[in-house]
Ligand binder design. Sequence first.
Ligand SMILES: C[C@H](N)C(=O)N[C@@H](CCC(=O)O)C(=O)O
Ligand code: MG
Length: 355
Amino acid sequence: MIIKDIVVANVEAPLITPFKTALRTVHSIQNIAVYVHTDDGQIGIGEAAPTAVITGETRGSILYAIEEYIKPAIKGMDIEDIAQIMYRLNQCIYQNTSAKAAVDMAIYDLYAKRYNAPLYQLLGGYRKELVTDITISVNDKEEMVKDSLAAVERGFTILKVKVGKDPLGDVERVRAIREAVGPHITLRVDANQGWTAKQAVRIIGTLEDADTNIQLVEQPVHYSDLAGMQYVTKHTLTNILADESVFSPKDALTIIEKRAADLINIKLMKTGGIYQAKKICQIAEANDIECMIGCMLETKISVSAAAHFAAAEKNITMIDLDGPSLCMKDPIHGGPIFDKEKISMTDAVGIGFSL
Ligand SMILES: C[C@H](N)C(=O)N[C@@H](CCC(=O)O)C(=O)O
Ligand SMILES: [Mg+2]
């Protein structure tokens, strides 16, 4: 199975409601689908999400990186030589992790097809079902309560509540949501770098004193403020999860060595795909740090690749793969089944799309 060509296309999916975090507001997913063609007529599929505020990538930079750097680096290689392909993919250009992720997952799709197996089984096959949370965008308190109740009504039992845009009102937002949804819904809080370290300690401490029972707080401070992450982790009881601070295996090691977080959020768009994601997960597991699998605003193409990876890894104990649930309709057919909060792997080979 020799790589013959890499072709790209647009993937668009309007969102049910605007997606709002401390970093950005988005109305519609506008991503890039990647098709890797082999000489025997097989096609592997992947997706890149241009998330300029997190990875620094735009649609233009992704298209350019694939066309000018990635394609020349891996064209003509045999899918069986997957470690060599991954080496070249990761060496041919610095960063550009979403462009790399799209190609990495398409290569894994082909690799699993080569061995006639569902990807999650080829990667280790730890479980067949996952339960995802769903994001509640940051808005005024009343709107967030309404959105939280609607999400629970839709069948979700884990909510990821976005804060960090207006630190002074964040305690009240989370308290109001807890009061409205009751004690049996799991609440995760994601500040997307929106607090200072001292604000974070104050806000999280107040939420602890108010018995809001928050499962974790994600990326409280700026991604580069590791001293701040360390300070928050040390001075709060709630688990702190590093997201934007961890892209690479080296970043994971640094966070672990500095005890700058209790948990790590792995996203294929940050790691450059499954190959590097596995390394982070294993480094974390060796250090007793559990991981979340997360996503950017992505459709079912790349979220499915992430689901296969998560299904294979015991150390991924939290799932934030809500991209498809945020879309008005699912433009993609096949792959794992997304039914409310449940994601079920199937026996289809590769990632599972029929092209
Ligand atoms: C979509 C997912 N639940 C999520 O919140 N992901 C990111 C933000 C992604 C984006 O801005 O596209 C996160 O911070 O965890
Ligand atoms: Mg996050």
